[in-house]
Design a protein around this ligand. Structure first.
Ligand code: GLY
Length: 423
C-alpha cells in the first residue's frame, strides 16, 4: 500500500493506493472518523454486485450502520434530482453531521455523491472509493464535486448549442448499456485503431452538447480519505481502462519525461494487469495531481493546468456525445495540444509524432473521425466554460513539465492543433 498526502484548506488527507484495500475500509474509517455511526454507501451500479460487497461487509464489521444507494452512472443521473434522492435518504435514515458518505465508483457517481455529502447539513465527511482508472488518478482527487444542469431554453434558442440546439434531443440517448459487464477480458488487444470510433450518428449537429451544462453546480470540499484499490481495475472494460491511461499520459506531460518513459517500459505489465504495476501507475499519476491541487486547491492558477488538451477534448466530446469516452477525447486533445504548443512558439521541439506513437502504443486514438467538421469543433471550443469572453483559451506546454495558459489562441495555433488530429 502506498500513501500520498494532499493539502487542503480543511487540513490534509491521504490517498491510499493498494491491491487489497477494500476489506479494511471500515477499520480505517472507524479510526479516521471516530464519531461516525452511519455510513451511506453511494455506489455505482457497475460495481454493486462485486466490489461494493467487500466495502459493505467491512463497514458493517467496523460497527457502522450501512445505508446503500445504487446509482446508474450516466451524465443524466449526475443531476440535482439524484442529489435530492441522496439527501432524502440521508434525512430518512437520520444521518448526522458526524456520519460519513462513501462515494464508490467512477467519476460520475463520485462527483454527484460528493456534492450531496458536501451540502447535506452543510457538509458531512466523504470517503472517495474510486473504481475506475480515470477516477483514481483524477476525479477522486482534489475535492471537486459537481452536477450537470439542464440548459435553459433561452440559451438553446440563442444558439448555445452551436446550431444544433433546436433539433437536439431533449434527453440523453437511451440506448446506453444499463449494466457494465464485470467480467470482460482484462488483457488489452495489441492492434487498435488510431481514430476515434466512426459509428457516428448521421446528423452530428443533433448530437451536440446533449442539452446539459456539464459540471455547472458544485463545491470544492476535501474528502476525509481516498481509497484506491487497483483490483477494481481488473473488472473494467479494456476500453475504459485505456481511457484512464490518457489522463495518466496527461499527468506525465505535466510532470516530466520519466513518467512517460515509465509508461512505455511497463506497457506489457499494465496490459497484463500486473497488480504491482497498477499500484505504481495509480500512485505516480495521482501524485502529479495531488501535488498540483495541494498548491492550488481552489483553481486560482496552477490547477487549470490539469486541463491540458481539454479544450480540444471537450469540443470533441460535445460533438461525438455518447460515442466517445472522456479519456479517448483527451488522448486526441493531447496530440492537438502538442501541435498547438509548437505553432504558438512555446514548445519549438514538440514531437507530435512521438507523442502520437506513445498514445497509439497504449491503444489510444489520436485523430477524429473524418465526419467531424472543423467549424463545429471551433464553435464548441468557444463554448468551453474555461474560455474567456468568446476567446479560445488553451493550456499548452513550453516543454515537458512546463505548462502554461494561452488566453486567446490565434486561428493559426488552433488550426495547427486541428490539422494534427485530422479535423
Ligand atoms: N479534473 C480537473 C480538476 O480536478 O481540477
Amino acid at each position: 500500500m502506498q500513501a500520498i498526502s494532499v493539502q487542503s484548506a480543511q487540513g490534509h488527507y491521504d490517498i491510499h493506493v493498494g491491491d487489497a484495500l477494500l476489506p479494511s475500509v471500515g477499520a480505517v474509517i472507524a479510526q479516521k472518523i471516530p464519531k461516525a455511526r452511519v455510513a451511506v454507501l453511494v455506489v455505482d451500479q457497475a460495481v454493486e454486485q462485486t466490489w461494493a460487497r467487500e466495502v459493505f461487509a467491512s463497514l458493517a464489521a467496523a460497527g457502522l450502520r450501512v445505508v446503500t444507494l445504487v446509482v446508474h452512472a450516466s451524465e443524466a443521473n449526475k443531476s440535482i434530482a439524484q442529489v435530492e434522492k441522496v439527501w432524502s435518504c440521508m434525512l430518512a435514515e437520520r444521518v448526522q453531521r458526524g456520519d460519513v458518505l462513501c462515494a464508490m465508483g467512477g467519476g460520475i457517481v463520485g462527483d454527484m455523491a460528493a456534492f450531496a455529502a458536501s451540502t447535506y447539513m452543510r457538509g458531512i465527511a466523504t470517503v472517495m472509493i474510486p473504481t475506475t482508472l480515470l477516477a483514481m488518478v483524477d476525479a477522486a482527487i482534489g475535492g471537486k464535486s459537481a452536477v450537470n444542469l439542464p440548459m435553459p431554453s433561452a440559451a438553446l434558442d440563442a444558439g448555445v448549442n452551436s446550431g444544433g440546439a433546436k433539433n437536439s434531443p431533449q434527453s440523453l440517448p437511451t440506448n446506453l448499456p444499463t449494466n457494465l459487464p464485470t467480467n470482460l477480458p482484462t488483457n488489452l488487444p495489441t492492434n487498435l485503431p488510431t481514430n476515434l470510433p466512426t459509428n457516428l450518428p448521421t446528423n452530428l449537429a443533433n448530437n451536440l452538447a446533449s442539452n446539459l451544462a456539464k459540471n455547472m453546480a458544485g463545491t470544492i470540499c476535501a474528502p476525509a480519505w481516498v481509497a484506491s484499490d487497483v483490483r477494481t481495475l481488473t473488472t473494467l472494460s479494456a476500453r475504459e481502462f485505456r481511457s484512464g491511461l490518457a489522463e495518466c499520459v496527461k499527468h506525465a506531460l505535466l510532470a516530466d519525461e520519466s513518467m512517460l518513459s515509465w509508461l512505455e517500459t511497463h506497457r506489457e505489465g499494465l496490459r497484463a494487469m500486473d497488480p504491482a504495476r497498477l499500484v505504481e501507475l495509480v500512485h505516480r499519476s495521482a501524485s502529479v495531481k495531488a501535488a498540483i491541487v495541494s498548491r492550488d486547491e481552489h483553481e486560482q492558477g496552477e490547477r487549470a493546468h490539469l486541463n491540458l488538451g481539454h479544450t480540444f477534448a471537450h469540443a470533441i466530446e460535445s460533438l461525438l456525445h455518447g460515442q466517445v469516452h472522456h479519456g479517448e477525447a483527451v488522448s486526441v486533445g493531447l496530440v492537438a495540444m502538442a501541435a498547438a504548443s509548437q505553432a504558438a512558439g512555446w514548445w519549438p521541439d514538440a514531437d507530435t509524432f512521438a507523442l502520437s506513437k506513445r498514445l497509439t502504443d497504449l491503444g489510444l486514438p489520436i485523430k477524429v473521425p473524418a465526419a467531424v467538421d472543423r467549424a463545429q469543433l471551433k464553435n464548441a471550443m468557444k463554448l468551453d466554460k474555461k474560455g474567456q469572453s468568446g476567446a479560445i483559451r488553451l493550456v499548452l506546454l513550453k516543454g515537458l513539465g512546463r505548462p502554461g495558459v494561452l488566453d486567446a489562441a490565434s486561428d493559426h495555433v488552433i488550426n495547427a492543433g486541428l490539422d494534427a488530429i485530422g479535423a
